[in-house]
Each structure stands twice: as C-alpha cells, then as structure tokens.
Ligand binder design. Structure first.
Ligand code: ADP
Ligand code: ZN
Length: 213
C-alpha cells in the first residue's frame, strides 16, 4: 500500500506505520528518522538540519524534497510505502504531487490520525527512544525491561533532544500552523481518511476497511 500518515507529533504515525509494514511488506519512510540518523552520523545533511530539529522547527522544504526525491526511487519502495512525517507543509505536498506524477504513481489514501491534545502532551513528555534502533518506549506504559537499555538492541534509551517541554510546545504550534492545513488539502483531492483514535488498532482497522484489504 502507498499511504501518507498525517497527525500531530505523538499521534502514533510511527507505531501505525510499523504495524502496516508487517501486513504487506511496504516500507516505513520517516523523514524524522532519516534526519536523526544524518545528525548522529555528522553528515552534511545532518549539520544543516540539526539546529532546526533541536528547536522543534521544520527543516527547509528544499532539503526534505532532496531527501524524498531520492528515497522514493529506491528499490524497496516497489512493495509500497508509508510516509511518516512527510509531507509536512503545503509546498512539500505540492512537490510530492509532481514527484509522484513523474514516477507514474498514485497514493491509496492519506490517513489523518486525530488525537486529543492532552493525550499528545502526555505521550510526548513520557516518550523515550532508542539511540541505536529507534524503538519507541514510554516510561509509564511501556518501559524497557532494564532501565535505559533497549530490549531489542541493547542501545541507550533516551529522551529526544526535541522532547523538552519548550521544544514540544513549539512542535505542536508548528504542526497546527504548517501541517494541519494538509488535511484540508487532501480532503479537496478526495483522498483523505480521517480517523479519531488513540488506539493504533482502530486506525489499522479503518485503513483496512478503506482499502478493502
Ligand atoms: P514528530 O514526533 O514531531 O512527528 P519526527 O521524527 O517526524 O517527529 O520529526 C522530527 C523533526 O525532524 C521535526 O521536528 C523537524 O525538525 C524535522 N522534520 C521531519 N520531517 C520533516 C519534514 N517533512 N519537513 C520539515 N522538517 C521535518
Ligand atoms: Zn534499540
């Protein structure tokens, strides 16, 4: 399947994407993960993205389109892809439209995961991430077996740099201003599936129903 997953930070886009990859071999493409890996590796891309990410601001559309133009042409996209955290602005959505048309591809749907703000805030402040493999934990509901160590790879489980209270509130503001309008953009195109849900299973069921799978 080929989907865009829209939703505020902490809405569960990544969790839903991971569950969907197990269904049909589609790949999860998270621009956030790609950027964090570039920052960790100290590449030129990482250097350009680092300051904006730390503050919870968006990285420039040009940088993101450069990444995605390459990424969507890789072989593993043949079985489908779940775009997690991209597009995030109207110009990115417009550029994606051109890119997909050039490649002769069409998305199956744009899924908007809608979660109340208090749930989002609670999730983001208690979220922890493995530096090694990106596995997501939660100090309250899903802590690693050994504190600070990833169950899967043994890497350090830490709070992301952009998960301080200040950066979180900025990310939510940026989301409302820059990304939330994408729901209206895709609604006009007739491809929007809006799901109000705090459980990823409910989101998965709505997607299955929509795609008749
Ligand atoms: P979130 O939990 O906020 O959805 P992500 O992991 O998707 O986090 O993104 C982390 C950061 O990476 C964002 O705050 C932003 O700085 C940058 N980023 C990721 N994707 C994009 C994008 N499509 N456009 C601009 N910036 C992006
Ligand atoms: Zn790990």
């Amino acid at each position: 399947m080929k989907l865009i997953l829209l939703g505020a930070p902490g809405a569960g886009k990544g969790t839903v994407a991971k569950l969907l990859t197990k269904m049909d071999g589609s790949v999860q493409i998270s621009t956030g993960d790609i950027l964090r890996a570039a920052v960790a590796a100290g590449t030129e891309l990482g250097k350009q993205a680092q300051a904006a990410m730390k503050a919870g601001d968006l990285v420039s559309d040009d940088l993101i389109m450069g990444i995605m133009g390459e990424r969507l042409k890789e072989d593993d996209c043949k079985n489908g892809y779940l775009l997690d955290g991209f597009p995030r602005t109207i110009p990115q959505a417009e550029a994606l439209k051109v890119l997909l048309a050039d490649m002769g591809e069409k998305l199956d749907a744009v899924v908007s995961i809608e979660v109340p703000r208090d749930v989002i805030l609670d999730r983001l402040t208690t979220r922890r991430t493995c530096e090694g493999c990106g596995e997501i934990y939660n100090v309250k509901s899903n802590p690693p077996k050994e504190e600070g160590k990833c169950d899967k790879c043994g890497g350090n489980v830490v709070q992301r740099e952009d998960e301080t209270e200040e950066a979180i509130s900025n990310r939510l503001e940026v989301y409302n201003e820059m990304t939330a309008p994408l729901a209206g953009f895709y609604e006009k195109e007739g491809s929007l599936l809006a799901v109000e849900a705090t459980s990823s299973d409910v989101v998965i069921d709505a997607i299955k129903k929509k795609l008749a799978i």
